[in-house]
Design a binder for this molecule. Structure first.
Ligand SMILES: [Fe+2]
Ligand SMILES: [Fe+2]
Length: 337
């Protein structure tokens, strides 16, 4: 799973600022604020301001959609994995992502929304998911690079979410992060093996890194100066670290890994800054980011069409499960009578 800071507005458009309406009852609001200030958890049965609820539904559902859509680019490679070992690992990883989506849909449902509503928003194109999945996976090295960089970026974003103020979300993230860490390592290990191979294999890895590096940096979301929702998210204990700080942490952790691997990160401005004790980096193409978020990336239509088809193809399974549940209930009622 995955993220683009999970605070981009759904529908098209880029910027909205959510603030707490003044109509919220002051006593309840004071209790809620005190719980947040004490770093306590808000649980589904607790009172919460509507704006907090809405922000969480949007963030958790975008996260869930990202997990589910994130199965698609790698799922394409299951039948083409180069060995039985790689195939088994990839199947397990893609299955994990499906599991992450299910935990997160369940967490969103505790806020009073339904699975059908969430899926309708995804399938109709209203809801957002991480833009990174709207790019194609062109060669086998893409699978390794997705593990190393995309899951790596996801971990940076998601570890702070284990301390998120909403209980069900924070608890789901604990398990998700453990699995993401396996995803990151398997990707890096697959690339290490390729980098010990022939020139064609090394070129594939470099090509995949070139295509994915900048998109992974954009996954952390717009710069702090352009993220009006962030301050409120921080106040509510939903967001703990800013987009730019997370991006910096990711870059600082990844540069030494790239050196060990023997690949070049495609940014001529990437340099260690002795004074800041961080790496400086070049400009991210935010126009491309917003174009992709708003539906115009290379794979948006295909990803959504595949997702809708899978949902429709699975209708008979859902209907059969419901019919079975109804029959069981009738049988129990008969036996009880
Ligand atoms: Fe995941
Ligand atoms: Fe993952």
């Amino acid at each position: 799973m995955y993220t683009q800071s999970f605070n981009v507005p759904d529908e098209t458009g880029q910027r909205t600022v959510k603030t707490v309406a003044h109509t919220e009852p002051p006593e309840l609001m004071a209790k809620f604020d005190a719980r947040i200030d004490a770093d306590g958890r808000i649980e589904p049965q607790d009172w919460m301001p509507e704006a907090y609820r809405k922000t969480l539904v949007r963030q958790i559902s975008q996260h869930a959609h990202s997990e589910i859509v994130g199965m698609l680019p790698e799922g394409n490679w299951i039948s083409r994995a180069p060995s039985l070992k790689r195939k088994a690992i990839l199947i397990a990883k893609v299955q994990d992502e499906g599991g992450h989506g299910l935990y997160l849909y369940s967490a969103a449902e505790t806020l009073g929304t339904s699975r059908d509503q969430l899926l309708d928003a995804l399938h109709s194109g209203k809801a957002k998911y991480s833009s990174i999945f709207n790019y194609p996976t062109l060669n086998w090295a893409d699978v390794g690079v997705i593990g190393w960089l995309v899951d790596g970026a996801a971990i940076m974003n998601q570890i702070p979410l284990c301390r998120c103020s909403y209980g069900p979300y924070s608890r789901a993230m604990v398990r998700v992060c453990k699995e993401e860490s396996f995803h990151q390592r398997q990707g890096y290990e697959a690339l290490l093996v390729m980098m010990k191979g022939n020139q064609a294999q090394k070129d594939m890895v470099q090509d995949a890194v070139n295509r994915y590096w900048w998109k992974c940096l954009a996954m952390f979301g717009p710069p702090d100066a352009d993220s009006p929702n962030s301050a409120q998210g921080m106040r509510w204990g939903i967001k703990r670290i800013s987009n730019d700080d997370l991006r910096q942490k990711f870059i600082d952790a990844t540069v030494p890994q790239a050196k060990v691997l023997g690949v070049t990160l495609p940014d001529p401005d990437l340099k260690w800054n002795e004074e800041r004790q961080h790496y400086d980096h070049g400009q991210i193409d935010w126009e491309e980011f917003w174009a992709t978020v708003n539906g115009n990336g290379p794979m948006n239509k295909e990803r959504l069409a595949t997702r809708v088809k899978a949902h429709n193809d699975g209708a008979w399974v859902r209907e059969a499960a419901l019919a079975h549940a109804r029959k069981q209930q009738q049988r129990q009622q008969k036996e009880a009578a």
